[in-house]
Design a protein around this ligand. Structure first.
Ligand code: C2E
Ligand code: MG
Ligand code: MG
Ligand code: MG
Length: 282
């Protein structure tokens, strides 16, 4: 359609819109290319156990080594990857890499857990459990050292199917966590029904600790709930000593955040793991 003089909105906004659309199309093409040319990488963010300060694992976080724009974070491309369905093959790559890492740690005598983020699109695949089974077999990863992170909205979309699938994943020996806990639309009843191991408290509740009374009350309530349901709790986004101290006193199990370590690129990560004393394997 040709722009018309009287169509002020069209004339004013169309070029900007078209530009945005072009950018999206470019990004989509680049994402396909990225998959083909192995431009994705994983960063690892260490997690610390609060009772003794030990590093007990890491979350695998996706990055894109873009040919011209440097290293991109998921929030710059994950929406598009979800929308186009590319997240399915990207997610499979992430899980495979994480499993290879888990296998390596085990061989090196490091008793550590690796957490992997899952997207809804991945779990919607009819053969998702079989795919995971194949990846575990191919990589030889110890399943109990791999944790899958799911969000509440992902869990709530189809609770019955979700329940069956999670039980099958548990039966493979995997650990299951709820990511960004407290931010989704969900009822607490599902916590009782689903075979979860871990709650990850969203950093929105952590960031204003210890000053904010309301966030403090929410975090305490989550810790209490978790204790009674026998779930582990990881506090996300811990940035200060005061937050660490507060969480430790409140009885939180594990923390993750800039205070302990930023997400690390592979070489920094290897250095960190190597400086860690091996724990004798039971
Ligand atoms: P998430 O799973 O909740 O991961 C935690 C995010 O918080 C990471 O952002 C991490 O870098 C950031 N973070 C950690 N500590 C701190 C802190 O102390 N302060 C602040 N301000 N931020 C902190 P990142 O790596 O940019 O990832 C963003 C989100 O992208 C993740 O949130 C996750 O939902 C998604 N994502 C990351 N990797 C994957 C993946 O492999 N697959 C899928 N489907 N999603 C992924
Ligand atoms: Mg996560
Ligand atoms: Mg999170
Ligand atoms: Mg507990």
């Amino acid at each position: 359609r040709e722009p018309r003089q009287d169509d002020a909105n069209y004339v004013l906004y169309a070029p900007a819109l078209r530009e945005q659309e072009d950018r999206l199309i470019t990004l989509e093409n680049e994402l396909h290319q990225a998959m083909k040319e192995n431009q994705f990488l994983l960063y690892f963010q260490p997690q610390q156990r609060l009772c003794d300060g030990a590093m007990i694992g890491a979350e695998a976080l996706l990055r894109w080594q873009h040919p011209t724009r440097g290293v991109l974070s998921p929030n710059e491309f994950i929406h598009l990857a979800e929308r186009t369905g590319l997240i399915v093959s990207i997610g499979e790559w992430v899980l495979t890499e994480a499993c290879i890492q888990a296998r390596q740690w085990q061989e090196q005598g490091h008793d550590m857990l690796i957490s992997v983020n899952l997207s809804a699109r991945q779990m919607q695949q009819a053969d998702f459990v079989e795919r995971v089974t194949t990846i575990l077999a191919r990589t030889g990863a110890p399943p109990h050292k791999v944790e899958l992170e799911l969000t509440e909205s992902l869990l709530m979309t189809d609770l019955d199917r979700g329940h069956d699938m999670l039980c099958q994943l548990k039966a493979l020996g995997l650990k299951l966590a709820i990511d960004d806990f407290g931010t989704g639309y969900s009822s607490l009843a599902y916590l009782k029904r689903l075979p979860m191991d871990t709650l990850k408290i969203d950093r929105r509740f952590v960031s204003s600790l210890p000053g904010d009374k309301q966030d403090g009350a929410i975090v305490r309530a989550i810790l209490d709930l978790a204790e009674h349901l026998d779930l582990n709790v990881v506090a996300e986004g811990v940035e200060t000593q005061a937050q660490h101290d507060w969480l430790k006193r409140a009885g939180c199990d594990v923390l993750q955040g800039y205070w302990y370590s930023r997400p690390l690129a592979c070489s920094d990560w290897v250095r960190m793991v190597e400086s860690r004393p091996c724990k004798a394997l039971a």
